[in-house]
Design a protein around this ligand. Structure first.
Ligand SMILES: [Zn+2]
Length: 287
């Protein structure tokens, strides 16, 4: 099952491709727990539930996946740490009658494992292979370089296995800056969360939808200073987030919440100079 909407002529299906937990403190950086726990209740290990809301964008006969999610290529210890549920994007597509071989383009906002892991899997002979053998996988040049030689503070977030098999098979399409990767599907490099982070905008018939990746991971991250401990460039992400949300509010853009476990997407409004809220009645539930 998936949620299906139209942005102009473009069909956008949204569904959860991964569900897992991360430490609540890491998801809200310097924001005190007494504040964030009012929005999302932690479990006994202080973890909060997160999803990856993946998009299947169907435009001019081309199937585009935005964010393949976490995948299942983890040790038992990691399954426990993340309380990772045992399904992945591939399963969710097959459930909807779509074969992985029908996917033409996969877009990564960035290559952290919770975003990139679902594009590869372990084959019966133990090797790591692409899940989408006919797809080009779009990533920013800066992101690929950082993933290959990560700063020590984020080395645990990148795994070479998430992109090496794609590169070896010639399935990586490395872009540098802003591009239209399929008709009406645009990527824009933002930096902020990582140096090569990009966001995706879908535009058709005067309508727009935005997939902001980890610029605003959940609807709880609407306040501009509610940043994640994982954000490598907090000052940069603050200003980028303000720009992106202001534009979304002004233009009535539907915003998808990458990691929100309850709300897949909503419109936002600008209450005063820099305070945003969700437009009531505009929310799409997570499916
Ligand atoms: Zn993430």
């Amino acid at each position: 099952m998936s949620g299906e909407i139209y942005i102009g002529d473009i069909c956008v299906r949204h569904f959860v491709s991964s569900r897992f937990k991360l430490d609540g403190g890491s998801m809200f950086g310097v924001i005190p727990k007494t504040l964030w726990e009012k929005k999302t209740k932690p479990d006994e290990q202080n973890r909060i539930t997160l999803a990856v809301n993946t998009l299947l964008v169907q435009t001019s006969g081309i199937n585009v996946i935005v964010e393949p999610g976490m995948g299942l290529n983890y040790s038992e210890k990691q399954f426990n740490i993340y309380d990772l549920e045992r399904f992945q994007l591939k399963d969710r597509l097959i459930e909807q009658g779509i074969s992985p071989s029908e996917i033409d383009i996969v877009v990564f906002t960035h290559l952290h494992l919770d975003h990139a892991g679902g594009a590869t899997e372990v084959s019966p002979d133990g090797g790591v292979v692409p899940v989408f053998p006919n797809a080009v996988h779009v990533v920013q040049e800066f992101e690929l370089q950082e993933a290959k030689r990560p700063h020590p503070i984020e080395s645990a977030s990148y795994r070479t296995s998430d992109f090496a098999a794609l590169e070896a098979c010639g399935l990586l399409r490395v872009v540098d800056g802003d591009e239209e990767v399929a008709p009406g599907v645009f990527v824009e490099r933002t930096g902020g969360h990582t140096r090569g982070h990009q966001i995706v905008t879908i535009v058709s018939g005067g309508e727009k939808a935005l997939y902001p990746g980890d610029i605003t991971p959940t609807s709880a991250h609407l306040p501009l200073n509610w940043l994640m401990g994982w954000d490598l460039y907090p000052e940069e992400i603050y200003w980028k987030k303000e720009l992106v949300l202001k534009k979304a509010a002004e233009e009535g853009i539907l915003v998808f919440w990458t990691h929100d476990p309850n709300i897949a997407a909503s419109k936002v409004s600008l209450e005063n100079d820099s305070s945003f809220s969700i437009v009531s009645g505009s929310t799409l539930p997570v499916i």
